[in-house]
Design a protein around this ligand. Sequence first.
Ligand code: PXL
Length: 293
Amino acid sequence: MHTPRVAAVHDLSCFGRCSLTIVMPTLSAMGLQCCPVPTALLSTHTGGFSGNTFLDLSDEMAAITAHWQDLKLGFSGIYTGFLGSRRQIGLTGSFIRTFRRKGTLVVIDPVMGDNGKPYRTYTPELCQGVQELSRLADVIVPNRTEAAILLGKAYDEVTLDREEDCRRWAKELSLKGRRSVVLTGVSLAPDRIGAACFDRETGDVEIVSAPRVEGSFHGTGDIFASVLTGGLVRGMDLPTAAALAADFTALCARRTAEQDYPKREGVDFEPLLWQLGAKLAEKTGEIPANRIR
Ligand code: PXL
């Protein structure tokens, strides 16, 4: 039996938890082999630190793709996130086209911004590219800011506190049902936060939620999308995987809020990973054999 593999196309920010420093341990704890394709190498993430180093790894991405193609690798999942430049839209698109087989799940986190603002390195041109790339997804995981950009609407217009609105946005983001959508940041009651899940398999929208923890914590979006991806690759249906992601993200946010350390260091999740593994074992039992070699 081979452990299922997930290729993870994200940046490696060496300090301040986000992207690969969250994606790799989380997928591992979920019993999956994570194969990283680093998009950029940074000394820290770009939120809350100044003077970070930034090395664009586009040339390496192309070389890694070519070598893996020679090796005839296959993946049960391909999960993409933060991209370093406009050129990486094309490189990530060709990575997906090269390695996608029948049964490969493609999750695209259309990382562009948060709290109504694009991230520092996300130019309008790069955001346009993310929109194009997201057409290749089986599942997208936008937050409210990213949903507004994808829908071409103002941030304030994309309200996520009424059930009928959340259902409508999730469906509108699905490109007429061609892709599933997990729209995060949905809050139908002040003490709950979660996601609206449009499942293209059923055509239904389900809303999942967990207790809200006051404050915002760097990397919670990456925790959520990693657990969602891991759950789907482990065979869960969309709302079940999203509910697991919401619960685990809430657990991590609560622990982080209780710790006294700089917020920019990111979500304090490592000591909780064993609980994620235990929960998954309870829900899914055996790790499935890799569907794709
Ligand atoms: O988690 C989003 C993210 C990923 N990667 C880098 C970032 C951010 C958000 O600031 O700066 C480098």
